[in-house]
Design a protein around this ligand. Structure first.
Ligand code: LLP
Length: 418
């Protein structure tokens, strides 16, 4: 079993006891399962292979988890990558990713980022504005090369998810309004340093139904037909990422169901289907381990102050996200209470979970589940806290894939004023 599970009253990832691991590595600490990452990635690949093994690309959205250990696991399976910065590009290259399988998303790409991406020969720039198109065209011309592009269209559909992770509405900053996209394609067609190869959209994250995806795809296909009528034939259609996972009670479609529905809409169109999943590959392949430092009771409230905080995992504070929190082993001598699980950071918003019924005592270890996506990557040094270690489990062994930061790391590059 690859998801966290109990064996003899011990929470395990694969064949590793998390209590043992926490004792050896310390807390807070992110732990990932190699086989769960592989299983989640392969769920997409197998579903797509069932249709046509040649005509698809799964590009893991690096923003969900950019640890090079994680990226290397996926690169080994031949995954492509969706990046949004030069930092992510360098990480993919360090992890052994194939540049020709990289798509570059992001609302505004800087000159140095474009130059580097052209130099290494990425698969496609997902262009999000006319300014970017012109910038890309002129940099490619200077370099005497041709930039492959797709236009990210904003299809104006409601992803029905948290407003902060909704991206496909007119009011969002992302992409080019679908009504204006034809004009921009026609302009791109005039640029000798640009080669149009695709179209893309990404409407949001943590979607738990397929209807908004299908709605968006149908709008995109209408545009694909208009482009065709104007002599622009595309090689790929990129539907972005966004498939949700189960944090609590959600029942999102499986990648298999989702792919099948997309394929039904695509019919026998000749284009390659490109996908950019992040969360659905990484979230349930990782946990955040933390230790209960102090139990504090005031009037009618019980607080468990743990050693992980909003700087380690910001999703609850930022999106009011509910994340499952469980003990690494049952504590039969502790009384059960309803706890707010909070960190030591000086912010009222610093909580990992509220009103959780747990039987815990000081010193106990807890796991924040489904933390493999948008966990460590969003962590910070707020309150001058060092960032957590990251560990990859494989079978009965594990490897530290990022050392816990040290106090020296914390002030690296800073200096006192003389
Ligand atoms: N492609 C693009 C262009 C994106 O902007 C994103 C995510 C993805 C792919 C991957 O989406 P996924 O499959 O992971 O849903 N920090 C938030 C999520 C932000 C998502 C941003 N874009 C959270 O913790 O819920």
């Amino acid at each position: 079993m690859t998801e966290p599970h109990y064996l003899n009253n011990q929470l395990m990832i694969e064949d590793v006891s998390l209590s043992q691991l926490a004792k050896e590595v310390g807390t807070p600490c992110y732990v990932y399962s190699r086989s769960e990452l592989e299983r989640n990635y392969l769920a997409y690949r197998h579903a797509l292979d069932a249709f046509d093994s040649q005509r698809h690309k799964v590009c893991f959205a690096v923003k969900a988890n950019s640890n090079i250990g994680v990226l290397s696991v996926l690169a080994n399976l031949g995954s492509g990558f969706d990046i949004v910065s030069i930092g992510e590009l360098e990480r993919v290259l360090l992890a052994g990713g194939d540049p020709s399988q990289i798509v570059f998303s992001g609302v505004a790409k800087l000159r140095n980022e474009i130059e580097r991406a052209l130099d290494v020969g990425i698969h496609c720039f997902n262009v999000e504005s006319e300014t970017e198109l012109q910038r890309l065209a002129s940099i490619a011309e200077e370099k005497n090369c041709i930039a492959p592009i797709s236009i990210r269209v904003n299809p104006d559909v409601d992803a029905e998810t948290h407003p902060y992770i909704s991206t496909g509405l007119k009011e969002n900053k992302f992409g080019i309004n679908i009504d204006q996209a034809l004009d921009i394609y026609l302009r791109a067609q005039q640029c000798s340093s640009i080669r149009i190869i695709g179209i893309d959209c990404h409407i949001g994250s943590q979607l738990t139904t397929t209807a908004p995806f299908i709605d968006a795809l149908q709008r995109v296909l209408t545009l694909v037909d208009q482009l065709e009528a104007n002599g622009i034939t595309l090689e790929h259609i990129d539907v972005g990422g966004g498939l949700g996972v189960t944090y609590q009670q959600e029942q999102p479609p499986t990648p298999g169901d989702y792919v099948q529905q997309l394929m039904q809409v695509l019919g026998d169109r000749p284009q390659t289907l490109l996908m950019e999943p992040g969360r659905s590959i990484a979230a349930n392949a990782g946990v955040l381990l933390t230790r209960v430092d102090t139990i504090k009771t005031s009037d009618d409230r019980h607080f468990a102050i743990v050693d992980a905080a909003m700087n380690d995992m910001i999703r609850p504070a930022l999106y009011s996200a509910w994340m499952d929190i469980v003990p690494l082993q049952a504590n039969s001598s502790a009384q059960s209470h309803e706890y707010d699980i909070v960190g030591p950071v000086c912010e009222t918003g610093d909580f990992l979970g509220k009103q959780r019924t747990l039987a815990i005592a000081e010193g106990d270890l807890l796991s924040v589940n489904s933390a493999g996506a948008y966990g460590f990557v969003m962590s910070s040094n707020y309150n001058s806290r060092v960032r957590a270690a990251e560990v990859m489990v494989q079978g009965a062994s594990y490897q530290i894939v990022r050392q816990r930061e040290t106090l020296e790391d914390l002030v690296k590059g800073e200096s006192i004023v003389s």
